[in-house]
Design a binder for this molecule. Structure first.
Ligand code: ZN
Length: 234
């Protein structure tokens, strides 16, 4: 059983009616709903307003894969909590930052670059698989057309990914590395661009399939029980 925690800052769904109309119970609940249909995946949701911002040692110890959606409140996540998540990723927990979580503290800590990009609302996106043999692409053989999505454009200031699984092409002629993997420590990271809060992206079956595939891929093969340190060999 893969234990997934979906973390959502859960602000825009409460702040804007048009976002609440798309995700009445929050983006996290929509993600939980489709992941929970899989017998090998068990999902819990946490949000920024919970004790320890939903990121306690107890919760992270009980998490194989952490999915993260954030936008407005990246700086409200405490440094202590961001460092705790980073430590768990280095020790083997999978991490899947979605959409505007490209700029979350945890991903910036793990990857070390500015993570900046260019953006524009309301473009069409064609999501193209450029790595069909990767486990995250399982079952995704055709391009996915998103009628409305927030354009994210290059240059996207990330370190060189281990794999690029999806490229996004947008109707304003921009392109983007929309699905990228990284390994940090023992942990696997998949960044996935689709999922702007104003558009019903997480209801699209192919998007659900990619995130489900990513959960299975990012689940730890091995976890470390303690932080890695230099060790003298006797
Ligand atoms: Zn957005």
């Amino acid at each position: 059983m893969i234990k997934v925690t979906v973390w959502n800052e859960y602000i825009e769904e409460n702040m804007y009616e048009h976002v609440a109309n798309v995700y009445p119970d929050g983006i996290h609940t929509s993600i939980k709903n489709f992941l929970s249909k899989n017998e090998d995946i068990k999902v819990r949701c946490v949000t920024l307003s919970m004790p320890d911002q939903g990121l306690s040692e107890e919760i992270l110890n009980d998490t194989d894969v952490l999915i993260w959606w954030g936008h407005q409140a990246h700086e409200e996540v405490t440094d202590e909590n961001a460092q705790r998540v980073k430590r768990h990723v280095l020790n083997g927990m999978g991490f899947i930052p979605l959409h505007s979580a490209h700029y979350c503290k945890v991903l910036r800590l793990l990857l070390g670059t500015s993570m900046c990009l260019r953006w524009k609302h309301g473009e069409k996106e064609k999501l193209i698989c450029v790595n069909p043999s990767h486990p995250i692409a399982e079952g995704i053989t055709e391009p996915i057309f998103l009628e409305q999505e927030e354009m994210y454009g290059e240059y996207f200031d990330i370190p060189k990914p281990d794999d690029i699984i999806f490229l996004g092409w947008f109707s304003n002629q921009e392109v983007f590395r929309s699905g990228c993997t990284f390994i940090r420590g023992w942990g696997k990271i998949f960044y996935f661009q689709p999922g702007h809060e104003e558009y019903p992206i997480y209801y699209i079956p192919e998007i659900q399939r990619i995130i489900t595939n990513a959960v299975r891929w990012a689940a730890p093969v091995n976890k470390r029980n303690s932080d890695y340190d230099n060790e003298e060999v006797k």
